[in-house]
Design a protein. Sequence first.
Length: 319
Amino acid sequence: MEEIYNMLRFSIIIPIFNSEKHLSKCLDSICRQSFDNYEVLCINDGSTDASPQILEKYLQEYSFLHMYSIPNSGPSRARNKGMELSKGEYIMFCDSDDWLEDNDVLSDLDKYIQKWGNNADCVFFPGNTNWGGNITKSPYYKEEVFECGWDLLTHYCNASNYLFFGALYAYCYKREVISKYHLTIDTTISYGEDRLWVFDFLDKAGKAIVYPKPCYFYNVHSGSLMTSETAIEKRTKQAILCAELMWERNWVHSKNEEVKRYISRFYRACLIEAVRNNIPFPIKYKKLLFVEKKSCKYLLKSMLLCLSPSIYRCLFGRK
């Protein structure tokens, strides 16, 4: 037990940009944890609102909280900066408009890691979602242990009731793995980059454990990237690019068919979103749409997506 606490157990990284409306709730949930062996790295990404002033108040009260300011360059660079500065054994991510589920999240995760031998490279856990005031509660997951992160990935990636699977904030990550393989979040894309990084990490991770209790609360609100009308085209094109980058990763073609199915479904969903919103796009990997051969109708839809998006929109689109 003494060995465990020779270093910080957790580093929580929060990228912050103009988050004054939600920041206090986020920080309260993190700073008031019953566990005390952790640090909080707040990366101020060039905020122009009152976020820095809110942070200053918390800095005066909590010695484990640190603020670093960088020129505005997006959440991926902010998270990479946080990973670079982190000292904890495990890294966690929290968005500045989200929060931890309760005050015992870190304590419970620490005990769970110890329960399974204190040698896990990652912990996967569920989370709840606030969809503009409508709360979606996640079911508890089954306690499971996998020999490697890739086994966890192939087991869960196509399960319909695991909404958080590809989310950056749904895991604790062993910092040693991140450092050893120089894992950084891709800064060339702004949507889906977390999913890409999670898969990269799981490809390298050893022992992975599943914690059953929801730890995270994901908040979708009118000002978020997920719901901004002006960002739909950019978001959709970036998601398509993310799917293509996932397909180009070496691990896709040398390992499990489940992952190919996952990427195929993701790619297909992105392309359909583009068609329905009348967003022009090139299809770089047409064969990705034919990984699954479910039915004649499914194959017909795939062919129309490739050959005539306008006809697809007329027959199946919502606009």
